[in-house]
Ligand binder design. Structure first.
Ligand SMILES: [Zn+2]
Ligand SMILES: [Zn+2]
Length: 136
């Protein structure tokens, strides 16, 4: 059985236990910038079926991503923390959990990075990541 890690939003209403992931994505798309309130959003790739939680369903907002697929974004409506993104049309079995919900030291190195064309002049891509080709 793989090692488990547990993360939560700031108020603890939304708490998730998952197998320690090996993949993390840094997404620099415009939607993720706004969502993160930062230059990128960091996501752990987790099979939705592997997530253990007794938390209520979080509040969600759905908008079409640049791919044209609907992207569902969830957050805690008590404390405001972003929780996850899902792409039900494209990757229905996966949840992209916000990496920052988990403790320092538990997060793998970034393995994939996309929308690098949106990097600010002062940013550098993370070391050793696969680079997804921008869509336009
Ligand atoms: Zn919360
Ligand atoms: Zn994104």
């Amino acid at each position: 059985m793989s090692e488990l890690i547990t993360g939560s939003c700031n108020c603890g209403r939304h708490t998730y236990t998952i197998p320690k992931p090996t993949e993390m994505n840094l997404c620099h798309c415009i939607d993720c910038r706004k969502w993160a309130g930062a230059m990128h959003s960091a996501h752990l790739f987790v099979k939705t079926a592997d997530i253990q939680t007794s938390s209520p369903k979080p509040k969600t907002y759905t908008q079409n991503g640049d791919s044209g697929n609907p992207m569902e974004r969830a957050w805690c409506d008590d404390c405001g923390c972003g929780i996850w993104i899902r792409s039900p049309a494209n990757m229905p079995e996966l949840t992209f959990l916000k990496a920052g919900l988990f403790n320092p030291g538990e997060i793998p190195n970034p393995t994939m990075e996309n929308w690098l064309k949106n990097l600010e002049a002062w940013e550098t891509p993370a070391k050793g990541t696969k680079r997804a080709v921008d869509l336009n």
